[in-house]
Design a protein around this ligand. Structure first.
Ligand code: G6P
Length: 607
């Protein structure tokens, strides 16, 4: 999604701006642009549709330089992805880049149009530059211009602003959309994402909601909405620069799929003792807090939501705790009932997903016992807002389609379920831990299926639809499998609880429809098999992934893919691997943009 980068320095920053933008590319975007303050203190803007590399060429052709500048990658929300809608937006000596949505932009536009303002884009963002100009006519002090402008804006925003009359300054503001200020040597930077800062500096300050800042190459001043000065100490990120490379793999997604075994091995080392989970892995004093929990509400989006669905199956199976899992965009707007001693759990790889952040903020106003987050980014808004947090430490996930974050979330959630099981079954902990410890070995075997997945992928590449079926905790894995396939191969795919087949999707099954059954060896095998028989009877192409030793008759309509034997609790972590590989190789066959699928973004920072 949209990304912001900016720099104020004692030397030229044009290369820094391009480098910063290229580090934001993984988020997904459709146009890019930058503004530099020229030697003669004029704002000079360059914009292009498409990729940052095109902007880089444009920059070279125009030979533009300057010591202060802002840059942006845009993921279209208001207005199609074209040149006039690309950021920065300029007006009256101001140039702005914006992430988020200005909800009252129509109102502002109408107001300013009556005052003869002419707008040149269809975006909500452009009104910000116009408002700044409007207030600059009424006030001479920069802080007054800014305060009046910010007061008028409703919605979410992270802003980077430069102004011809204050040519060495970058102005930043934030409300509901992240913005970080990186502290360098003779230079300061702004970015909506830590990934774009770390090659410059590891020291940063994050802006909270309703705060703004004025930044020069050697000074950072922060203010609240009342214009009062704020003091904030800097943090230091532990993230390293090398983590964001393909390491010889063709795609980030491929690299991230194959990293999963090592990540799990690291979790085993860092979080587990011989037969017990190490104390307080969910934050200081989390064990005693978790003892008092009677209900759990999970809230998340996308793949993280699918992880929460698996957790619901686990928690209700191993404890007496009632559990709900809900999509954040639903949770944030509906009336919620919070029983006594309920734990709210936000799950988010990025920690910046707008709907999950708003849900968490709503939860903070409700009567939850505690707020826990499971996140992959230490510096993220969700981690900062939570009472307790578990950091997945999976390393940056760059591919839009989430893989290693999913399994890292699942491990965290299985550890949460296990911690919650202590009250009702003291023996379960060592059993689950043994299963988790067997995962690296089992995953090595599972990855041996790669060649098979390449072959099966060829059979999928010309299909228009696919069904994934599972029961119990394999049902959310079927949902995740369908999500992966549609995200990167653009094949319409649906995940279904196998028992629902007869209630609709069976009508779609014919000889052209591949149906994938996820069938770990458990008490649901008979039921899944009878569902798959219904598919076969309608000529559907059946693919059964199972570790059950069965003498199923293999024929041209039924493919049995033998999975390694694995414990009951860890099955979701094992069965998702061939699903990820399948999607990846179908997408390879279809030659799609695997790491940045069309229309999608890695970090969904608007609702
Ligand atoms: C986007 C990404 C998905 C991700 C979802 C939730 O849709 O493309 O991969 O699962 O957001 O993101 P989060 O960072 O909150 O887990």
């Amino acid at each position: 999604m949209c990304g912001i980068f900016g720099a104020a320095s004692s030397s030229h920053v044009h290369k820094d701006l391009i480098e910063g933008l290229s580090k934001l590319e993984y988020r997904g975007y459709d146009s890019a642009g930058l503004t530099l303050i020229s030697k003669s203190n004029k704002i000079k803007r360059l914009r292009c549709t498409g990729k940052v590399v095109a902007l880089k060429k444009l920059l070279a052709t125009n030979n533009l330089m300057g010591n202060c500048g802002i840059a942006h990658t845009r993921w279209a929300t208001h207005g199609v992805p074209n040149l006039k809608n690309s950021h920065p937006h300029n007006y009256g000596g101001f140039s702005i880049v914006h992430n988020g949505i200005i909800e009252n932009f129509e109102e502002i536009k109408t107001f300013l149009s009556k005052k003869s303002h002419k707008f040149s884009s269809d975006t909500d963002s452009e009104v910000i530059a116009h408002l700044l100009e409007y207030f600059s006519k009424k006030h001479s002090k920069l802080s007054d211009i800014l305060l009046n402008t910010f007061k008028k804006l409703k919605g979410s925003f992270a802003l980077g602003i430069v102004y011809e009359k204050d040519p060495d300054k970058i102005i930043v503001a934030s409300n509901g959309s992240p913005l970080l200020i990186g502290m360098g040597k003779n230079a300061n930077y702004i970015s909506s994402d830590i990934n774009a800062l770390i090659s410059k500096t590891k020291k940063y300050i994050s802006l909270d909601d309703n705060e703004f800042g004025i930044i020069t190459k050697d000074k950072i001043e922060l203010f609240n909405v009342k214009g009062k000065r704020i003091k904030r100490s800097a943090s230091v990120t532990k993230q390293n620069t090398n983590a964001i490379s393909k390491n010889g793999y063709k795609h980030f997604m491929q690299k991230e799929i194959f990293e999963q075994k090592d990540i799990i091995t690291r979790v085993i080392k860092d979080k587990l003792g011989t037969s017990k989970i190490l104390p307080n892995i969910f934050g200081p004093k989390s064990d005693s807090m978790l003892k008092s929990i009677k209900h759990v509400h999970f809230v998340a989006c996308g793949t993280s939501y699918n992880a929460s669905l698996v957790a619901k199956y686990w928690i209700e199976e191993v404890s007496d705790i009632m559990c709900t899992a809900e999509i954040a965009s639903e949770y944030r707007y509906r009336t919620i009932n919070v029983p006594k001693d309920t734990l709210f759990v936000a799950i988010s790889q990025s920690g910046e997903t707008a709907d999950t952040i708003y849900s968490l903020k709503k939860a903070k106003q409700s009567k939850y016992r505690s707020i826990l987050s499971i996140c992959n980014v230490a510096e993220s808004t969700i981690t900062r807002l939570s009472d307790y947090s578990y950091l997945m430490q999976a390393g940056p996930e760059v591919s839009v389609a989430s893989t290693k974050a999913f399994t890292s979330q699942l491990i965290a959630l299985l550890l949460l379920a296990t911690t919650l099981s202590r009250a009702s079954d003291s023996k379960l902990e060592s059993k689950i831990i043994n299963q988790i410890k067997s995962l690296p070995r089992i995953l090595s075997k599972t990855f041996e299926l790669e060649k098979k997945m390449q072959l099966i992928a060829k059979q999928f590449k010309n299909k228009n639809h696919t069904l994934f079926l599972g029961r119990g905790a394999s049902y959310p894995i079927a949902l995740e499998a369908a999500l992966k396939l549609k995200e990167i191969s653009y094949i319409h795919a649906e995940g279904y609880a196998a028992g629902e087949l007869k209630h609709g999707p069976l009508a779609l099954v014919d000889k052209n429809m591949p149906v994938v059954g996820l069938m770990p060896d458990n008490n649901l095998v008979t039921q899944v098999l009878s569902n798959l028989a219904e598919v076969k009877a309608r000529q559907g192409l059946v693919y059964i992934f199972t570790n059950k030793k069965m003498k199923l008759k293999k024929n041209d309509k039924t493919n049995i893919i033998s999975m390694p034997a694995c414990g009951h609790y860890i099955a979701p972590l094992v069965y998702v691997i061939p699903m990820q590989l399948l999607s990846y190789y179908v997408a390879i066959n279809k030659k799609t943009n695997i790491d940045q699928p069309r229309n999608l973004a890695k970090s969904v920072t608007v609702e």
